[in-house]
Design a protein around this ligand. Structure first.
Ligand code: ZN
Length: 69
């Protein structure tokens, strides 16, 4: 459940690199970044993504880094 197959990998919230799902819950999934090893959770209770979360566009990468380039 949770994010489904399109949410198997997402941009890291800290550095924008690829983070892979380590745990799939009923409403939220847990991820670990392949670059900085940060772990975080994403709540998908409002619905799974309709398209793959990885790879992000350059604009999404900038947004993930807080607008800094
Ligand atoms: Zn990272």
């Amino acid at each position: 459940m949770a994010g489904g197959p399109n949410a198997a990998a997402v941009p890291c919230l800290a550095c924008g690199a690829k983070a892979v799902r380590t745990y799939e819950g009923s409403e939220d999934d847990h991820y670990r970044c392949t670059a900085c090893a940060r772990t975080f959770g994403i709540d998908w209770h409002r619905g799974a993504p309709e398209s793959p979360c990885w790879a992000p566009t350059p604009e999404e990468l900038r947004a993930a880094r807080g607008g800094q380039d």
